[in-house]
Every structure is written in C-alpha cells, then in structure tokens.
Design a protein around this ligand. Structure first.
Ligand code: HAM
Length: 422
C-alpha cells in the first residue's frame, strides 16, 4: 500500500532505474562544460518576481500565465524560477564575476524550473534544465561554441536524430523597423481577437502560431532574415560559417521565434522528430540587452537551456545505447557470521578499488541471497562460506555463464577489477 499522498500534478520525478539515467546524462553534460571551460553555479530556486517580469518579459506566456508566484512572510513577491538565464545573469552581476576580467564569464547550472503549464507528455510543471551561459562577449565564435557544446552532448548520449533550427532575431537597431513592418502586414489579415491583440504586444509570436488557418495567411509575411542590419547579417553569416567548419548541420528557420522576450541575433532550438507535440528538447540564443533590462551594465550574452526530461524521452524514443555506469558490478554472499564479517570488509575494499559492490544483508540464506545477486545486475558474485574462509579463498561466480572458481582472498579485489575490465 502506498501512503495517502501523491506528488503534485505535473511534477516530473525520477526514481531508479530512470533516475540513474537522469543523473548520468547530467554528469555527461558536466564533462562537456568542463572541457570547454565553463564553471559551475548553484543558484536560488526562487527570485524576486520583478527579475522575471523585467528579464523574461511581461508579454510572454511564461510571465503572464505560467509563473508560480507567492508572497513570503515578509510580504515580498517571490517566484519559483521559470527558467535560468535571468537568474544566472543576476548572480554574475551580483557577485561581480564580469569585473574579474577575462570576458566572457562562462558558467553553467542545472536543477528544476517551474511553469504552470497544462501537463502532458514532455510538458511538466516542475521540469529540469541544463543551462549554460557565456556573458560579456559579442564574438560569433562564442555563439558557435555554445551550439557545439549542446550538439556534442547530444552526440555523446548517442542521439542521432536531433535537428538544429537556427535564426537571427536582429538587434535594437534593426528589429523595431521590422517589427513595425510585420505589424502592418498582420493587421491586414483575418485573425481572431486574441491573435489581433498579440499583434500589438508581441507580433513576432504570431509567426509561431501553429494553427493551419493562421499559417496559410503567413506565407508572404516579412521575415527578420530579410531585414537584418549589416552588423547582424555579418554576425549571422559568421556563426553559420563557424558551424560549417565544425561539421555541425543546421536548418535555417526564418520563422523561429522563441517564447522569451530577451533574444537578439542568434536564436536556436534543438528539435527531436520522435517526440510529437513537445519536440523542443533544447533552446537558446543571444540576449544582448538583458543585462540593461535588469538594471546592469551593457553586457552581451548567449547561452542555452536543454530540457533533461525531453532528452530522456528522446533517448527512449531512439532506443539510444547510452547507459549509466552500473550501480552494482560485484555482489557478495556470505554463509555464516564469520564469513559475513570478512565479506563486509571485502566489499569495502572493492569499493575503494573503484568497483561497484554490494552484498546481501540480514543474514539471508544462500537461495535468497543469490536471487538478490541476480536482481542487482552484477556481473560477478563472491560467495564466501566458513569452509572457504578456512582455505583462504572466495568463490567467484560469473552470473551470466554460471562459471565459478576459487580465488585467493588476498587477490579477489585485483582479480575482479581485472576481469571486469575485459
Ligand atoms: P526554453 O525554450 O523556454 O528556454 O526552455 C528550454 C528547454 O526546456 C526547452 O527546449 C524544453 O526542452 C525544456 N522545457 C521548457 N518548458 C518545459 C516544460 N514545461 N516541461 C518540460 N520541459 C520543458 C529557456 O528556458 C531559456 N532560458 C534558454 C536560454 C538560456 N536561452 C539563453 N540562455
């Protein structure tokens, strides 16, 4: 019987064995980030509500409909983070990391984020992201570097069907004129009330409307790509050259608009074709005005957020080979108290030698203990009886083949380590 409680609706949780996969893919990301010189941040899970209002933008669905906002006991308005970028930038500025020299500041973080969305497969109210940001450089090489890190991570997991969708959203020089032009075009269309309202608040989002009736009318809509200023065009061309140099494939997607207001220039999304409606497994881009929006100095930035939950769904959908390191490689079974005591020490010795080892507890009989050994997923069992102990040996059994031999107790750890490496 379970307890009378359940996790709140829409919360994504992980228990073994899926949780082992969750943890392992996060570790694989930590390695990619380390190799590229990104340092780790551990951040607040809730923030001053105004950080997201000003950072992410009032007109976005995230801020206007999906935030978990509450008043604390001191009457302050706080919000569970719906994303990481605003928090990362807040922490960088607050700790003066941008003043230490050596821009860009390169950091990453991970953890849960919260959006009050309608839950469905791949869309949760508590979900998990890997977030990486490079703050303080306009160099297009940094744009390409972030994309290469994400692509490298997907590749390291064995995912082969991830698509990179790429666009440029211009800058504060060229976007206002384009926005006005787009608004003019959209006002002439036959659209419902809510969409008409959106034209005035956030016209670019209308391009993203998935309904066929809307899409049909958008065929001749002006595109940002055709209205970039010279500097934005040069930047975008350079990013694409660098991606080509790195052998990274992408699809130019001139209608790609992301759901957060801070994006400028390079914007991208990673998409997985087997995931249905929630196919966006990661997304990112530049936010050259965000620092000023939250009261900081002019400080350009770029980064991404990758969805851990959807990445796991993608791994499962592709049947990718990536597997976490086993939790148990060797399982110990002792017969009798003296043997059990020796085995307990042996298991500790194996762990010190870097072998994942476990044993049967509670004085189990041979049959029950061997069942535990099979269930543990271990490749080898060590069986230690009083007789073996007297002879100074342990029985080492390969669980797959059933093959068994006596190994001197002094050598068990090194013999097993060697056999496991084969
Ligand atoms: P985002 O596109 O809103 O971007 O989220 C990034 C990823 O988080 C998505 O591609 C998706 O995989 C995952 N995700 C978002 N919402 C949910 C949800 N309700 N359930 C499950 N997964 C979800 C950002 O958050 C930006 N801060 C990314 C960024 C960083 N841009 C620049 N730097």
């Amino acid at each position: 019987m379970s307890s009378s409680f359940q996790a709140p609706k829409g919360v994504s949780e992980y228990v073994p064995p899926r949780a082992d996969l969750f943890y392992a893919i996060r570790e694989a990301f930590a390695e990619q980030a380390r190799l590229a010189g990104y340092g780790y941040l551990e951040l607040a899970v809730f923030e001053d509500t105004n950080l997201f209002r000003r950072g992410v933008g009032e007109s976005t669905d995230v801020v206007s409909k999906e935030m978990y906002t509450f008043e604390d006991r001191g009457g302050r308005s706080l919000t569970l983070r719906p994303e990481f970028t605003a928090s990362v930038l807040r922490a960088v500025l607050e700790n003066g990391l941008h003043k230490e020299g050596g821009l860009p500041v390169k950091v990453w973080t991970t953890g849960p984020a919260f959006r009050a969305e309608r839950p469905q497969k791949g869309r949760y109210r508590q979900f998990y992201q890997l977030d990486l940001e490079a703050i303080g450089s306009e160099d297009p090489q940094v744009d390409a570097e972030t994309i290469a890190i994400a692509a490298g991570w997907y590749r390291s997991l064995g995912l082969t069907r991830v698509r990179l969708l790429l666009n440029s959203l211009g800058c504060k020089e060229c976007r206002p004129a384009y926005r006005a032009r787009l608004q003019e075009f959209l006002r002439g269309l036959d659209l419902d009330e809510a969409t008409r309202a959106r034209i005035e608040i956030n016209p670019l989002r209308v391009l993203d409307d998935k309904r066929p009736r809307v899409q049909e009318q958008l065929a001749d809509a002006p595109l940002m790509a055709d209205h970039l200023c010279a500097a934005c065009k040069a930047h975008h061309d350079r990013v694409r050259e660098l991606l080509a140099d790195l052998g990274i494939e992408w699809e130019d997607t001139p209608r790609l608009v992301r759901g957060l207001d801070y994006y400028t220039r390079t914007t991208y999304e990673f998409d997985h074709p087997l995931l249905g409606a929630q196919s966006g497994i990661g997304g990112g881009g530049r936010y050259d005005g965000l620092s000023e929006d939250i009261g900081g100095p002019a400080l350009p930035g770029i980064g991404f957020g990758l969805g851990l939950d959807r990445t796991i769904l993608a791994l499962e959908a592709e049947g990718a080979e990536f597997a976490p390191k086993p939790r148990c490689e060797v399982f110990g079974v002792a017969l009798g108290e003296t043997a059990e005591r020796r085995l307990f020490g042996l298991v500790a010795e194996l762990r010190r030698a870097g072998v994942a080892a476990d044993m049967a507890f509670g004085g189990k009989k041979l049959k029950g203990a061997m069942k535990d050994a099979d269930r543990s997923g271990a490749r080898f069992a060590i069986i230690l009886g009083e007789r073996d102990l007297a002879d100074g040996v342990a029985q080492v059994k390969e669980l797959g083949s059933g093959e068994q031999s006596a190994v001197s107790l002094n050598n068990v750890a090194s013999v097993l380590k060697e056999r496991l490496s084969r």
